[in-house]
Design a protein around this ligand. Structure first.
Ligand SMILES: [Zn+2]
Length: 261
């Protein structure tokens, strides 16, 4: 079984392309990130419609900082989270300029901790030309939140790439923090044999440091990548069978409380 814990709808916004991609790759389930952007654009309705019409899809909903610090918005988030197809929240650290440990966010973290709702943080590079700030997207941003909220389950998207070892330090220290393997390669380009070699080398350093891939989740960042090519790249990593089971679906199923049968 394979679960892709990090996907987006493509520009057309339908689920057909995603289903087709999953079928071609042999991926059983995908988590789709619903985007609510600071400029007011949102694909929340499309994503909710998609996940409610497919037993293979679930949604994460992204939080804009300026809204999330407002109590009435938090109430609307909790309503969204009562839908069993909505399995967590996402924060775009770095793209918006705020610290993950800004105390105004603590009410949301407290809610998530109490209700066992996982939170995904964007970590790592920002798009070229972004007006965001890398300092807020660094993996060390997550350490303080994880330390203050030891029962909040956190997934660091993109493993903090290129700060993989910084991400590994945060994983090693904080038992409830995980990382998804998405977004490692050049966007919208085929993943080459050479890319896979580099991926293996860099991931091997992480594995030596952590002793295993137990705290990683398979994720792609589809449609920026082919799920099939990404899956082949992750399959090229050396893993023991029990590690592979956790990375490919076990961790995602447990963290996001997905039915696995
Ligand atoms: Zn993404």
């Amino acid at each position: 079984m394979v679960i892709d814990c990090h996907t987006h709808l493509d520009e057309q916004g339908g689920i057909q392309h995603l289903h087709q991609s999953m079928n071609e790759a042999g991926i059983d389930g995908s988590i789709v990130i619903a985007e609510i952007l600071p400029d007011g654009r949102s694909n929340l309705e499309q994503v909710l419609a998609a996940v409610r019409h497919s037993d293979r899809l679930w949604a994460l909903v992204n939080c804009i900082f300026s809204s999330t610090i407002d109590l009435s918005y938090v109430e609307s988030l909790t309503q969204l989270l009562s839908d069993d197809r909505v399995v967590g929240l996402k924060f775009y650290l770095g793209y918006e300029r705020y610290s993950a440990s800004d105390r105004r966010l603590y009410q949301v973290y407290e809610y998530c901790e109490q209700h066992t709702i996982p939170v995904m943080f964007h970590t790592g590079v920002l798009e070229a030309g972004s007006t965001g700030l890398l300092e807020y997207a660094h993996p060390l941003q997550v350490d303080r939140v994880a330390t203050e909220f030891p029962r909040l389950t956190i997934v660091m998207a993109h493993m903090g790439n290129p700060w993989l070892m910084d991400c590994a330090a945060v994983l090693a220290k904080n038992p409830q923090v995980y990382a998804d393997m998405s977004g490692f390669f050049a966007e919208n380009e085929p993943i080459t044999a050479r890319d896979i070699e580099v991926f293996k080398q860099r991931m091997e350093q992480v594995r030596v440091f952590l002793n295993s891939y137990d705290k990683f989740l398979f994720g792609t960042d589809y449609p920026l990548y082919s799920q099939k090519e990404y899956l082949a790249a992750v399959h090229a990593l050396e893993m023991a069978p029990d590690e592979r089971e956790k990375v490919m679906h076990g961790n995602a199923a447990r963290i996001f409380r997905l039915p696995t049968s």
